[in-house]
Design a protein around this ligand. Sequence first.
Ligand code: PLP
Length: 425
Amino acid sequence: MTGPLSAPGWLTDGMRHVWLPYCQMKHADPPLPVVATAGTRLHLADGRELIDGIASWWTACHGYNHPHLRAALERQAATLPHVMFGGLAHEQALVLAQRLAALLPGDLERVFFAESGSVAVEVAMKMATQYWLNRGERGRTRILSFTGGYHGDTIATMAVCDPEEGMHSLFTGLLPEHHVRPLPRDPDSLAALEAFLERHAGEIAAILVEPLVQGAGGMLFHDGAVLRRLRDLADRYGPLLIFDEIFTGFGRTGTMFACEAAGVVPDIVTLSKALTGGTLPLSAAVARTRVFDAFWSDDPMAALMHGPTYMGNALACAVANASLDLFEREPRLAQVAAIHGWLSAGLEPCRGLPGVKDVRTLGAIGVVQMERIGDLRALKRRLVAKGVWVRPFRDILYLTPAFTATQEDVMRLCGAITDVVRQGV
Ligand code: PLP
């Protein structure tokens, strides 16, 4: 075991060549060198162990290194790691498509695979736009999305994120034009949205929203009633309704999918993140029958011309099937309900502390929103010193642990957050 200050050679040498996400590398602390993972723990090169409070951007819902996922991966690697999806098929992808169709509500039955969340959202946007073209309506080319939303970092998905608040504000005015409007959280803003739709309905291909939780845009919650109203508006004015469940899918908010809790069947849903239990990249855009039917034609130009090279990767699909096995066999949603109780109790002491603006929880998500966070870098260091991996951003500290986290894990995570908030951030 080396001392906490010594970094392994692969880190110091590699840092001269790697380009890291979401940070000003000139000033950022070097990333923490992880040498192993197990359950809810990250093991660092210097021997320290951290409890992971965010499950690697909400992916590792069964905890790290789950033996059932590993076995599925090893089996698949030995027989068929990957074949192209154009003209070839394999069992894991086709079984996964059937299982997702069976799990999702209504007639969300056609699964298009991709490799990242952003690409799934782009595919959903493309499906929605072409849906109208295939039906002979050429004017519906814009997406209506919402302030506070986050759908990815590619050019197309940046254009439907919050243009002002978000990290993409530098690109404002340079991206494809869509409409980003306030999310109707109360009846007044619903009237404003309806008036907007009345004026612009003919140019809108789809309404795009993260259901129940706007995640990376600030962990903002809204009610299922909002989603039911959006369904009504979409039905009244024509646009398709797309739910981006890349954050919320697979149990995070308490039900398998957020659309279930809201009692709404969107026209397209996007999935990724926890789809493979945090092991391999995989995503999907799943469409309702009426969307797919608009592409089913004698006209070759009506086909969806999209096909990421690694779509339907067999390793990723095998591990996604194994992840769904775990949702069937193990009490995952009951664990989410238990975690919700622990997060609510564990973060409650933050309420009323100086500088705390809001404390909120939903499913296995816990959020402490501050008036402001002064020094994010120092705050991250203080949390690591307390033995937890939590990645505060903007004005929030949040927890999205693995569903296998124990009460002790969750209480230690909440305790670390409460301590730093009490000491001042
Ligand atoms: N949509 C939502 C709701 C997300 O939370 C994310 C990622 O955080 C994305 C899309 C983009 O996914 P990816 O980072 O895999 O491209």
